[in-house]
Design a protein around this ligand. Structure first.
Ligand SMILES: Nc1ncnc2c1ncn2[C@@H]1O[C@H](COP(=O)(O)OP(=O)(O)O)[C@@H](O)[C@H]1O
Ligand SMILES: [Mg+2]
Length: 403
């Protein structure tokens, strides 16, 4: 029997539209012989919608359009099955069936931060990609950097603080930042797609940059700005038991100081750091997304034109990053390299990368269909391993408790 695979996408995230594109690409790549792709869209209001067909990007141009083409549903655990239940039951109601496993194709908040993984855990539904803890550690740049530093992985000099303490701890924080050395990059800890990121070239620019980032997160990361920056990414596929690294890509930022949202997804001239939010307004619509080919469209060179020794070093670091964060599925680890000193830093892990990084695996003779197949295998494998673990003990605590 064909597996019914729920593809979860959308979500309450600044990367909502990018997720729609990644999911459409993934569902179209799903091996029809083995699995039926069940589109489960999550709106920005966190409502679930079921499509009886693989939708096109145009079907997400507005919520009215979504409601015309899809049914509002919820996922319900009934014993060992998870069924798709319409929110409103019509008189001649046709059951929408069950799903056997889920592939979350959601970027950023809700998708890459452990939220959807926790939801799927409670449903006891096998799912692809990182589990809740790995996803959460990968999404929070502060937590992630602590783990990477603890494992002696090279991380760009950094510090962090809570935005609400910026004024009360101002002198201390400023001294820490001076020790890093200006210019510095200011980031909200838990976002993505360069949203809320700004450069402070000197102390006078700090306050505005912090205020900007604080709109998105109370946890603020400050990093020394890497000079002569080259950005190299490597995908890792598998589990901590067995994983493989991909060919490297180099992503170009052109003349901009920061690889921003427009540049990443729309391939248009972006704005400088201060304009990142402005760029979002234009880019953050399904219309904008529909024109784009997602992460696969960003300016990139594959394989990255760097020395073989650097390639191998980055692949080793990518694998170690994947392992220490306890990742699984298909991830993309992003690196920053100073082209003069050749210093290499692990920048971040994307636990559900744009377009599921299929374009890197293609180079490794793993086509998109095989990539989805591997994710399905990984989801089943984790469930099997879990079933063998001891999760509860027989106790007589309740029998002895009188209350
Ligand atoms: N320390 C740094 N030095 C120079 N550029 C940086 C630095 N950190 C981030 N950037 C630029 O900002 C972009 C976004 O930062 P990143 O940490 O990847 O956040 P996000 O999670 O939003 O993708 C990077 O792709 C890079 O172009
Ligand atoms: Mg990034």
């Amino acid at each position: 029997m064909k597996l019914r695979v729920g593809f979860l996408f959308g979500g309450d995230s600044v990367e909502h539209e990018v997720s729609i594109i990644s999911a459409i690409q993934a569902m179209n790549a799903c091996d029809e012989e083995r699995a039926q792709a069940i589109p489960l869209y999550i709106s920005k209001d966190r409502d679930f919608y079921y499509f009886d067909h693989i939708p096109t990007a145009q079907e997400f141009s507005s919520m009215e359009e979504v409601k015309k083409n899809a049914v509002a549903v919820s996922l319900v655990k009934k014993g060992n099955t998870v069924t798709i239940e319409p929110i409103e039951r019509k008189l001649f109601f046709k059951p929408l069936g069950a799903i056997d496993l889920a592939i979350p194709v959601m970027h950023g908040t809700n998708g890459e931060d452990g939220t959807i993984q926790g939801f799927l855990e409670m449903l006891n539904l096998p799912y692809a990609g990182c589990d809740g803890i790995a996803a959460a550690c990968g999404q929070d740049k502060v937590v992630m950097k602590h783990i990477l530093c603890d494992s002696h992985l090279p991380v760009c000099p950094w510090t962090w603080f809570y935005a609400h303490q910026f004024e009360s701890r101002m002198e201390e924080i400023k001294a820490e930042i001076r020790a890093l050395g200006y210019p510095v990059v200011i980031k909200p800890a838990c976002l993505g797609s360069s949203v809320g990121i700004a450069i402070a070239h000197e102390e006078a620019e700090l306050l505005e940059a912090v205020q900007d980032a604080a709109q998105y997160d109370n946890k603020i990361v400050v990093e020394k700005m890497v000079a002569n920056l080259r950005e190299i990414n490597c995908s890792v596929l598998g589990t901590v038991f067995d994983c493989q690294t991909s060919v490297l890509e180099e992503v170009g930022k052109g003349s901009h100081e920061i690889l921003d949202y427009e540049k990443k997804y729309l391939g248009q001239g972006g704005k400088s750091a201060k304009g990142v939010k402005g760029a979002m307004k234009g880019a953050g619509s399904a219309k904008g997304a529909a024109k784009s080919a997602g992460m696969a469209s960003a300016a990139r060179i594959v394989p990255a034109p760097i020395e073989e020794a650097e390639t191998q070093k980055i692949q080793q670091l990518a694998k170690k990053t994947f392992e220490v964060l306890g990742a699984s599925g298909v991830c993309r680890i992003d690196f920053m390299m100073d082209d003069q000193t050749k210093e290499i830093y692990v920048n971040e892990i994307n636990t559900i990368p744009g377009s599921l990084a299929f374009y890197l695996w293609q180079e490794e003779q793993v086509d998109f269909t095989q990539l989805i197949d591997r994710l399905i295998d990984q989801a089943i494998d984790r469930q099997r391993r879990r079933e063998k673990m001891i999760t509860s003990f027989e106790t007589n605590i309740l029998a002895n408790y009188r209350g």
